[in-house]
Design a protein around this ligand. Structure first.
Ligand code: CA
Length: 704
């Protein structure tokens, strides 16, 4: 690989007499740089050839000091190269670029290394997720948000909970570990975080069983466990792992450990080289309903917090809890961005954090104290954050104690994992925001008897759509001024679930939308300065890098994330039906000349009309309540309406063919494409499922 690159480089620019010299330099340089991509390299904001970490550098700003592409010339941006990914489904990940090679993780956690200049495939690594999901019941998702690079190694994760290290040159597997008990209903969709010769990973699954969240750091060289940090306390009778758990336990009531407690850290991990501290963003409660989880209240540490840990030992240093007594799925797992701000003439090393609860937090990294917080969307659960105590000023009945309560933001959050970026030149953070509320009610739930069952799970509260949403548009791109804690500009968007953002010194912000359009905005004003129709919903954030004097913008195009699974009719209406639109990695430059064929138009699978299948209502009930709503719906959509992550079963002839249906659901015939094997279902269960699916199809047909 090095040799080929060396020749190319020399061939285009230098006379033949210099071949050997540059061949030598290039090969050595590559080796050296890759091995020495250490914390100093990953902390370097100035370098522009690479995109070394999930958020580009350890600061996680997703800002590049590149201005070759800028507000004046971005109109000339065009496709330089592209790569079709015909087997892929959801693509949500951030590619890395290291020394001319672009690495990314696709569907089923397949890792690819691609020449970042030509788009040629260098190697592929397949962790064979299908084999692993065959072995157990499954929950979780077919997609993954990214990789980590450290000292010549690529680190990736799998749906079924494995963490692996690859040789970056060859793609050869160096080590692989299972990071949680495979009998647990946990999963990984997040990128691992490499720092100080370690690599950290958490997991998701708070809603899928009685889950107690934790993160684990492994030795980057060997894969041996270095340390583990639990996010919530366990049963006090068994003793606490550390003082932090003892302290946290004082904020819990009842027998919380029986419900797990939750807190799963599935996304935001940031290593802070300035203070040598690791921050983890923690998740919501298991279950959401605090009356079940911790009857009588309490803050329930360390749910919905930023927890600062010693990166070497995993020891607790400090925490800031954004949502005490969590009851709404308000994860604080969102991006933890490091910024240097001047506030009241003082230089402040700050954390910027915009979690699901709708407030934008600026936290002092020196001591973990809150500097300021203001709502960036409507926040009906709290009027403000009290700066003295750092606590929200809550309104009445927000824990639905006196009956159903309308709460915004709702469980989908004001901002989820779609990347926020921060531009030190404009001083603004760019947030892909959602505007949605729900009515929360536990009136029909027996709180005393409620129990979470592994792989069945639940939240302990029911959600209903309100008559009116907070705004007449479901999403927006918000440019937020963290110093003055106010919106600088925002752009309303017609559709939910748009992608993450990238910002550059070219005074630009890039974002892909769920309708398939990739846009560049003037970072200061929000004016649209370029747009490109990729022909398929974009969920991943763009990246940028500069090689051989040319700046590139690269993005994975592949509708994905939970909304593509459970988004229902709204997601269906986007037209990104399963199996129709080829997923792509598209790379742009100002001199791009690639001729990329367009994709088919949006497609809407139509339910099959089948007269000979007589639906039995008892079977429908059983198939729906016992099976479909406890697993199938996560990918195939509720009421059989697929948002595109998996086939729309209403339209599938397989669902009226008992033998083929059995071979897939029970036999595992499609595990390689991400359909788990449910071999504990008997003949009658399978038939009940078929009745439920047919009933969904019939209902849709009658509605039309
Ligand atoms: Ca959650």
């Amino acid at each position: 690989m090095n040799v080929i690159k060396g020749i190319k480089f020399a061939h285009t620019i230098f006379p033949i007499s210099l071949y050997a010299f540059f061949l030598f330099l290039s090969a050595c340089g590559t080796e050296e740089q890759q091995v020495y991509i250490n914390d100093d390299a990953i902390s370097n904001e100035e370098q522009v050839a690479n995109w070394l970490a999930y958020g580009r550098t350890h600061n996680e700003r997703r800002f590049a000091p590149l201005d070759d592409i800028n507000v004046s010339n971005v109109k000339n941006l065009s496709v330089d190269w592209y790569m079709d990914l015909p087997g892929d489904v959801g693509l949500v990940s951030t590619p890395l670029v290291v020394d001319g090679t672009l690495y990314f993780t696709g569907t089923m956690n397949i890792v690819r290394a691609v020449d970042a200049v030509t788009g040629e495939l260098i190697w592929t690594f397949d962790p064979e997720v299908g084999k692993h999901i065959r072995e157990k019941k499954q929950t979780g998702f077919i997609h993954n948000r990214g990789l980590s690079f450290y000292k010549g190694k690529i680190f990736g994760t799998t749906w079924d909970g494995r963490l692996f290290a690859l040789d970056a040159h060859s793609g050869e597997r160096l080590w692989m570990v299972q990071t949680f008990d495979p009998e647990r209903a946990l999963y990984i969709t997040g990128a691992p975080k490499a720092f100080k010769d370690k690599v950290l990973i958490g997991n998701g699954g708070t809603e899928n069983g009685p889950s107690r969240g934790f993160v684990t750091a492994y030795d980057a060289e060997t894969g041996e466990e270095a340390w583990k940090f639990y996010i919530v306390p366990g049963n006090p009778a068994e003793g606490f792992e550390n003082e932090a758990m003892k302290m946290a336990a004082a904020t819990w009531k009842g027998e919380w450990w029986k419900h797990g407690g939750g807190g799963n850290a599935w996304h935001g991990f940031t290593y802070d080289p300035d203070f040598d501290v690791l921050y983890i963003g923690t998740g919501n409660g298991s279950p959401w309903n605090q009356k079940i989880r911790s009857p009588g209240g309490g803050d329930n540490l360390f749910l919905c917090s930023i927890v600062a840990l010693d990166p070497d030992t995993g020891e607790y240093l400090w925490h800031y809890q954004t949502t005490p007594g969590e009851s709404w799925d308000y994860n604080s797992t969102m991006d933890i961005v490091l910024a240097d701000l001047t506030i009241n003439n003082e230089e402040v090393k700050a954390i910027l954090h915009a979690p699901k609860n709708g407030f934008f937090y600026v936290i002092n990294r020196a001591d973990g104290k809150l500097i300021s917080a203001q709502p960036f969307v409507e926040t009906s659960w709290a009027t403000q954050i009290d700066l003295e105590s750092g606590r929200p000023v809550e309104v009445d009945n927000i824990r639905y104690e006196n009956g159903p309560a309308y709460i915004t933001p709702g469980a989908n959050g004001a901002h989820v994992w779609q990347a926020m970026s921060y531009n030190p030149n404009t001083g603004l953070a760019y947030i892909p925001a959602l505007h949605e509320g729900f009515i929360y009610s536990d009136e029909s739930i027996d709180l005393e008897k409620w129990k979470s069952i592994e792989f069945v799970g639940g939240t302990g509260v029911r959600l209903f759509p309100p008559e009116k949403q907070p705004r007449d548009y479901p999403a927006s791109l918000i440019a937020w001024d963290p110093i003055n804690q106010k919106e600088a500009w925002s752009v309303p968007q017609d559709n939910f679930w748009n992608g993450g953002t990238l910002t550059t010194a070219g005074n630009l912000v890039f974002q892909g939308r769920s309708d398939g359009v990739l846009l560049a905005y003037n970072a200061e004003t929000g004016e649209v300065v370029w747009e490109f129709n990729a022909g398929l919903g974009i969920s991943a954030p763009p990246i940028t890098y500069k090689l051989n004097g040319r700046q590139y913008i690269s993005v994975l195009v592949g509708w994905g994330g939970i909304y593509a699974g459970v988004g229902g009719k709204d997601a269906y209406d986007m037209g990104w039906a399963y199996g129709i639109h080829t997923r792509r990695l598209i790379t742009f430059s100002l001199d791009g000349k690639a001729n990329m064929p367009s994709l088919p138009p949006p497609f809407f699978p139509q339910p099959l009309a089948v007269n000979e299948f007589e639906v039995d209502q008892d079977m429908v009930e059983k198939g729906g309540n016992q099976y479909y709503s406890k697993g199938c719906n996560r990918c195939h959509g509720s009421s059989g309406i697929s948002g595109g992550m998996a086939p729309d079963l209403r339209a599938s002839p397989i669902c009226i063919n008992k033998d083929v249906f059995t071979s897939i659901v029970k036999g595992g015939a499609r595990v390689n494409r991400g359909m788990p094997q449910y071999d504990d279902l008997n003949k009658e269960d399978l038939i009940a499922l078929m009745h439920f699916i047919r009933d969904c199809a019939n209902s849709s047909l009658t509605e039309d």
